[in-house]
Design a binder for this molecule. Structure first.
Ligand SMILES: Cc1cc2nc3c(=O)[nH]c(=O)nc-3n(C[C@H](O)[C@H](O)[C@H](O)COP(=O)(O)OP(=O)(O)OC[C@H]3O[C@@H](n4cnc5c(N)ncnc54)[C@H](O)[C@@H]3O)c2cc1C
Length: 496
């Protein structure tokens, strides 16, 4: 008889587990604490779907090509439904800088190098409705899982055989052959396992930023502003910004602020300050201009952003049996890189493969742990080292007396005057770099290829004067000018 599967949580990871396992014929039940979506369309989901279990539901979301391709290859009808609901595909050709547009000749893989973007409520609504219609899948809403039901096999070794929880206030128990923890970053399961003495290995580190998002809608009769030389994403050191085109004439702007920028983070949740910042960023200003669009939400803020990797297999290969974690409960990453949902989907794919290949529970747990590491460690480590560099840079931006070292200046120049200019000027380099961005190739692999590095060095060696035409316009004011424009005073405590 086919195995039964209980999934705790019907967020992005839980839904991806269902997408990966439903075709294997297993009976899958997702237990979700929040209410189901309203019966209406994307608009109703955005304004009315109460999801206390997902604090980041109304922050900007985009799926990288890696995840879009999984959906396209394995559930093409789902991709059709997402597009029919208004989700947007922004492809390689749409992202080309002006200088490369005229000479662009498409290559076969270009079409698939696309992000899928929309309000997350729309993405989740459509995926959920698709999953609910899959044979063998049930989503039970209103169930808050409280505990795993553990069977002790020997000291420190457990098998998970079910969960306890409550359904609308009534205590209940659910049992299955496999228990998948997809309850997100605050899942209660890892703590329970650690307290019971099962091996839970965890490493974590602050991302060093806070996230602020506001949604807008284009006014009647207005189209999206044309792309200009000013990019829709950028990093000023003290603010990173991103524009996310969405479904049904909506779009959102996300501003990420380093944790140490106390004055900015205290003020940015005020809608007038948020909009003023947008008006000062040339890549964003034409979008949020009141003649073009109107806000449709408050400013959503989110802190406590951490990178965290958990493993449920110890160094002596002791594993909790019948239990797998997928999504943020297993690995959390900085949202800036837009990789969390791709991570969850890749883990769900790996889980599907492992369950197909191996039957013995302990071997399954170890193989899952190993394959996830093999696949995702390089991306995770790369994001963490970028986060540390960003934290250093944010500190330096605040310090008027900071003088960068020669090495620091060279590195910055290599990035700004070499790498960035090269990818803006050479379509093959841009293509290679975008494969990295989309998690198709490992991070930095394109720059390790000698031919690519030689080209980058060539652009760098030309020097700023000869490359002058290739630089984007200033992304926005410097920190001091921005603070003055916003009327924000630097407090003595924060200035130290
Ligand atoms: C601000 C922000 C922006 C982001 N932007 C992007 C992006 O652009 N692209 C991208 O790929 N990733 C992005 N991410 C990351 C991505 O959102 C997460 O990686 C992803 O949501 C993880 O999915 P999950 O299912 O593990 O967790 P969640 O999506 O949080 O879902 C967990 C689910 O479990 C349910 N649940 C929790 N506890 C219980 C319980 N005890 N019993 C029953 N149900 C329970 C919750 O209600 C919820 O439905 C972003 C993250 C943040 C914080």
């Amino acid at each position: 008889m086919a195995e039964t599967v209980l999934v705790i949580g019907a967020g992005i990871a839980g839904l991806n587990v269902a997408l990966a396992l439903a075709p294997t014929g297993r009976a899958i039940t997702l237990l979700e604490r929040d209410a189901p979506p309203p019966t209406g369309d994307a608009e109703q989901a955005f304004f009315d779907w109460n999801r206390r279990g997902v604090g980041h539901l109304r922050h900007s979301h985009a799926f990288l090509a890696r995840l879009r391709t999984i959906i396209k290859d394995q559930h093409p009808k789902l991709l059709e439904q997402l597009l029919a609901a208004g989700c947007r595909e922004i492809g390689f050709a749409d992202m080309l800088p002006e200088a490369l547009k005229a000479s662009y000749a498409p290559l076969p893989g270009d079409r698939d190098m696309a992000v899928l973007t929309s309000r997350r409520t729309t993405l989740e609504l459509v995926i959920r409705r698709y999953v609910e219609a899959l044979p063998g899948v049930t989503i039970q809403s209103g169930v808050t899982v409280r505990n795993l039901i553990l069977e002790t096999l020997e000291e420190g070794q457990f098998r998970v055989v079910g969960v306890n929880g409550d359904l609308e206030g009534e205590a209940g128990e659910w049992r299955a052959d496999l228990i998948i923890d997809a309850a997100g970053r605050n899942s209660p399961a890892p703590e329970q396992l650690a307290e019971a003495g099962a091996g839970v290995v965890e490493e974590a580190e602050d991302c060093g930023i806070l996230y602020f998002t506001r949604h807008y809608r284009l006014l009647e009769g207005q189209g999206e502003p044309p792309r200009t030389k000013a990019p829709g994403t950028g990093d000023l050191g003290f603010i990173k910004y991103g524009l996310f085109p969405g479904d049904n004439r909506c779009f959102s702007i996300t501003l990420a602020v380093p944790e140490i920028e106390m004055e900015i983070r205290q003020n940015i949740v005020r809608p007038e300050i948020f909009d003023r910042i947008c008006a000062l960023l040339p890549g964003i200003a034409p979008w949020t201009d009141p003649a073009t669009a109107e806000p449709i939400s408050k400013v959503f803020g989110m802190g406590d952003l951490r990178s965290r990797w958990r493993s449920f297999v110890t160094s002596d290969q002791r594993a909790t049996l019948g239990f797998f974690a997928v999504g943020d409960s297993l690995i959390r990453t900085n949202p800036l890189y837009g990789r969390g949902c791709s991570f969850a989907a890749i883990e769900a794919q790996i889980l599907g493969q492992v369950l197909r290949q191996v039957g013995e529970p302990s071997a399954r747990a170890r193989l899952y742990d190993m394959r996830v590491r093999d696949e995702l460690t390089v991306y995770y480590d790369n994001m963490r080292s970028q986060d540390r560099a960003a934290v250093r840079r944010a500190l330096q931006t605040r310090d008027p007396n900071h003088t960068p070292s020669l090495r620091g200046r060279l590195t910055q120049s290599f990035i700004n005057d070499g790498v960035r200019i090269a990818v803006r000027s050479d379509i093959d380099l841009l293509r290679a770099a975008m494969r990295d961005f989309h998690m198709i190739d490992p991070p930095g692999a394109w720059l390790k290829r000698p031919a690519n590095m030689a080209k980058v060095m060539g652009w760098w060696a030309r020097g700023k004067r000869r490359n002058a035409e290739l630089y984007p316009p200033p992304l926005g004011p410097d920190r001091r000018a921005m603070m003055a424009e916003l009327g924000i005073e630097e407090t003595a405590a924060a200035a130290q």
